[in-house]
Structures are given as structure tokens and as C-alpha cells.
Design a protein around this ligand. Structure first.
Ligand SMILES: [Zn+2]
Length: 436
């Protein structure tokens, strides 16, 4: 068995790994590096795939040149796990297996990229189900919790053992949408014998467990109730793919104000989510095109106290609605004491940090009251990782989804648990090949 570390081993983003047995390969995730994508988008030109790989926006899959790829398997619908598919899947000519919600999101990405014909290669697989890929591989999706519905731990069954691919996850025993992680199956797999665990490590440095989404629901309810005590504009921003959170925001509104969703990303994530029954958008207005957003904000500006605006831009992305509002690009002016609730956290990349600094500064200068950290993370922290490592009890563990510092922090945890550095726990880098 060979393991290829392709992307996500030098950064928080562009996740891509692969497993080879008997000359046949299965790819695990195919994501983009959002930092670089946002920078390229500002250039406003069509960038060739080769250039995107060179500048680090896409994973560099040169190692798989000429290989027989049997399938691409995707863990969940976040862009740093699926958004390279429209650019890179073409050359592999193989089935693409993903959870139903990830498939729906991907359909739109493929259409937008002009490669809609690849939709016929998509195969939805729900958590709790198993599919045979070839004589060498069988794929099982184990139900997992994260910050987007339909997240799976991929269990890749092979003659040489099981590869458990756990990227991303949290251990949420009080989710507000969907079930707890499938602990029963995780423990069964652990007993059966897992050869390799590939685990994300985004928040491994925090010595804690990640609180459940239920906590975020209470935080959101409280923030909205108190914000409504003042008759000001209230804007809340969160990740467009955080469906459970958006459900909590809608409930917390208690029909007191008219809800408007502002931003392109809401169309991409909420329309498919409502199609699958994950959210109810009745009585909610969605504006996801430039012109319609401009028009909606003009209408809202005369009586903003009647609305709850849910806007994109929690990472301070310059092209998102909240940043544009803060730069006064719409016919909407913030008044002193208006309130902006951040139901989000900054994804730890340098560009996000700098973008958020600019956004926060603009809002402050206009006298806006900011409510930060109305949020819980979708990523496991150190003690969750410890629990998971004990349940899965793999022979080898490869941390991923982080730069070397984060991977090393996970490796230190694994060493605590009896793994040997460079032997049973390996800190890999993009381009590394491990012979097992
Ligand atoms: Zn994710």
C-alpha cells in the first residue's frame, strides 16, 4: 500500500490525499486553498489550471500522473475538500463519490465551471452506506458531525487493512441538525483493526473539547434577543454552509423581523439544502445576485429596524456583502449603534486575518457595535482528538489539514498516546509518498 500526501499538509486548505494498492488509486478529497483563490478572484481573469496549481491555489497532483485512478471520494461539501473537482477531476475519468449534500453543492460548481457533463460521474452515498469501487477497494461512509450537514468519515476497506480518513470533524453529542457521530461503528472499526488514520488537526492546539452546536444555538438566541431590544439595524454573518446555524438564527428571530439573506454563497448552499429538506426557506427572501442585493439594501435602508439581515463576509472577504456594506458601496449607511453579530470564527490563514482587520476597522469607524464569537467551532480540539485516537486505535496516524506546526502538535498528542514519531506517527508534507 502506498499513501500520497498531495495537499493540506503544508496549509489549512486544498485537502487531497490518495491510496494505492495493486497499481490502483483512490483519491480522498480534492479541495482548494481559499486564501489563494480569493487573491486570484481579485485579478478578475480566467486563470489556467496549471497556473492555479503553480501558485498553490490547487493541490499539485503530479504524483498521480499516468496512474489508474478508480474513484474520487469526498468527505463533505466544504470548498477546501471539493472545489478543485471542476478543475482537476476531468483527467481521471472516474466516478466521484460524495454524500448527497456535497453532491448537490458540487453539481452547481461543475455547472458554473462549464463542465456540467461531469455531473453524470457523481454518485451520492449516504452515511451508514457502503459501496464497492473495485476488487481492491470498498468505501464506507461513517456518520460524523462537523459544521456542514452530511459529513462522513471515509473508511476505505482494502485487503491490506482499513484507511480511516477523518477530515474534518468534531465530536458533537448535542447537534441541532442530524445525529451524533456513529460511535458504535467507529468503535467496531477500531476493534476490527485500522491500518491508517488520516486526521485533521485544525484546532488540535486548543487543550479542550469543542462545545456542541447546541451551545451556539443558545448564544445566537441570546445575541438576537438582546440586539432586538434596541431598534437598530441588526446584521448577522455566518458561513453559508453552516445550515444548522442558519436554522438556529431563523428560529431565534421568532418571526419578529423580516429575514433577508444577502450574498451569492447563500444561493449555492441554501437552495440545495432546502431541496434535501435540511432547511425551510418559506417566508425568507434570498438575494444572491449583485443587482438584487443592491436593490434589496436600498429598500431596507429606510427602515432597517424591521429586518434581520443575514449577510456573507464573516472572513472579511473583500467581495462579500458585509465588506461592501462597510465600504459604503450600497445605498445603505450604517448608523451609530447598529449591530453586527459574528456567528463565526476566523479561519486561521494570514489573508483572512488581514481582511477581518480591515472589515472590523471600517465598522468601528462608523460606530457599529460588534458582537464577536457568537460561535462554536466545527473542528475537534485536542481532547476530542485523543478520544478519537483511542477509539480508532490505528497502526499508523498521519495528521493533515494544517501547516507543519499544527501537524507536529497532533504528532505530540499521538506520542502521548504511545505512537513513535517518524514511525507510527508521521508529519508529512505536500508531495510525500509513504510506502506501508
Ligand atoms: Zn470542513
Amino acid at each position: 500500500m502506498k499513501f500520497y500526501a498531495i495537499g493540506g499538509y503544508n496549509e489549512v486548505g486544498k485537502n487531497m490525499s490518495a491510496v494505492e494498492i495493486n497499481g490502483e488509486v483512490v483519491i480522498l478529497d480534492m479541495g482548494v486553498y481559499m486564501d489563494k483563490i480569493i487573491t486570484l478572484e481579485e485579478e478578475d481573469r480566467k486563470v489556467p489550471t496549471k497556473e492555479m496549481i503553480q501558485c498553490g491555489a490547487l493541490p499539485d497532483d503530479y504524483m498521480l500522473e499516468g496512474k489508474n485512478v478508480a474513484a474520487i471520494v469526498l468527505s463533505h461539501g466544504h470548498l477546501d475538500h471539493i472545489a478543485a473537482v471542476p478543475r482537476m477531476a476531468e483527467r481521471y475519468k472516474c466516478p466521484i463519490i460524495a454524500t448527497p449534500y456535497a453532491c448537490e453543492i458540487l453539481k452547481n460548481l461543475l455547472k458554473d465551471a462549464g463542465v456540467g457533463y461531469l455531473i453524470k460521474n457523481l454518485f451520492p452515498l449516504s452515511t451508514g452506506e457502503t459501496a464497492s469501487i473495485s476488487q481492491n477497494f470498498e468505501v464506507e461512509f461513517v456518520h460524523m458531525t462537523h459544521s456542514i450537514p452530511h459529513t462522513a468519515m471515509i473508511a476505505l476497506h482494502t485487503k491490506e487493512g482499513i484507511i480511516a480518513y477523518l477530515n474534518d470533524y468534531k465530536l458533537d453529542n448535542n447537534p441541532t441538525l442530524g445525529e451524533k457521530p456513529d460511535y458504535k461503528r467507529i468503535k467496531q472499526l477500531g476493534k476490527q483493526g485500522v491500518k491508517v488514520l488520516v486526521s485533521e488537526c485544525v484546532r488540535v492546539a486548543d487543550e479542550a473539547r469543542t462545545p456542541p452546536e447546541y451551545v451556539a444555538k443558545v448564544l445566537v438566541e441570546d445575541a438576537i434577543e438582546r440586539a432586538y431590544e434596541e431598534k437598530t439595524a441588526v446584521i448577522i454573518t455566518t458561513f453559508a454552509s453552516q445550515i444548522a446555524r442558519i436554522n438556529s438564527i431563523i428560529k431565534a428571530n421568532k418571526n419578529e423581523r423580516e429575514i433577508v439573506l444577502l450574498g451569492r454563497a447563500f444561493g449555492n448552499y441554501l437552495v440545495p439544502a432546502s431541496k434535501l429538506g435540511l432547511i425551510n426557506l418559506n417566508n425568507i427572501k434570498l438575494f444572491n445576485r449583485k443587482k438584487s442585493i443592491t436593490k434589496a439594501l436600498s429598500g431596507i435602508s429606510s427602515n432597517p429596524e424591521n429586518y434581520l439581515m443575514i449577510a456573507t463576509g464573516n472572513q472579511g472577504e473583500p467581495n462579500a456583502v458585509l465588506s461592501r456594506m462597510s465600504r459604503k458601496e450600497y445605498d445603505f449607511t450604517f448608523k451609530k449603534e447598529d449591530q453586527v453579530i459574528f456567528s463565526s470564527e476566523v479561519i486561521p490563514n494570514p489573508l483572512n486575518k488581514s481582511n477581518r482587520y480591515t472589515l472590523d476597522q471600517n465598522l468601528r469607524e462608523q460606530g457599529v457595535r460588534m458582537l464577536q464569537h457568537v460561535h462554536v467551532s466545527g473542528h475537534a480540539r485536542r481532547e476530542d482528538h485523543r478520544d478519537m485516537l483511542r477509539m480508532i486505535n490505528p497502526e499508523y496516524v498521519f495528521p493533515n489539514h494544517g501547516e507543519t506546526e499544527r501537524l507536529a502538535s497532533y504528532a505530540a498528542l499521538a506520542m502521548d498516546e504511545g505512537y513513535k514519531m517518524g514511525d507510527s506517527v508521521k508529519v508529512l508534507y505536500n508531495g510525500a509518498i509513504v510506502d506501508l
